[in-house]
Write a protein that binds this ligand. Sequence first.
Ligand SMILES: [Zn+2]
Length: 244
Amino acid sequence: MDKQIDGQLAFDFDQFAREEARDRLDEWSGAPLRFTQDYYPPAAIDEAFDHWVFINGHHGSHARSHMWHRMMWNAGAVEFGDHRGEMFSAELRPEHGQEGPGGLLEQMVCEPCQWHAIDEDENSVVEQWHDHAVPGWRELPVVPASVRVRDGSKMTKLALAWIRERYPEHMQVPGAPIITERQPYGTRHVAGYSPWNGYDLSHTALDCPARLSNGRAIRRDVPPFTPARTASDRDLPGAKSLTS
Ligand SMILES: [Zn+2]
């Protein structure tokens, strides 16, 4: 059997499996195969998106599915104590030539607590997770701009010494963040850039007060979203109620 025939058989099998999955969509009991604001654990989010891609194809899947997915640079988790924060994005921007109210949404999930926060601003969900998981982070010393923090892919000795000397010991633990003074156009919080694999948070985070009440996250209301329907939507269960 030559390679070409092998490839053909593999293709036919995938096609068969895809059609079967499509036929059995009403049996799907995982997270919705569409945009949702409800809480789902990270594994269920991943599984649902993978299933959508399996059925509908990878090309343009973020924009076509409007589902939560991981971005490559944000694929990991930040763990602090019993907390585990994982980041997802959902593409609600209208497709080319169509109108729509959506944007790019970010969600941070803390599975051990069944906690999540959704916002259009990635920095905001990162801050909300720290308010949820890392009490006292807002009192951490800000590394001044005069202390160079990074040299290429690693932290400078100067910054490490500055932080080790000034940060409280209980905050020099795995997953703990640092706060650094940034330039006006470099205020993104960066995962994995603290000496303990936590976030390097921009000092601008301290300009926004904590959005916490009784230890539970307050979600900013995201406007209801009704995407234009595509051929693939018609195959999906619940396509008629796209907001939940
Ligand atoms: Zn948590």
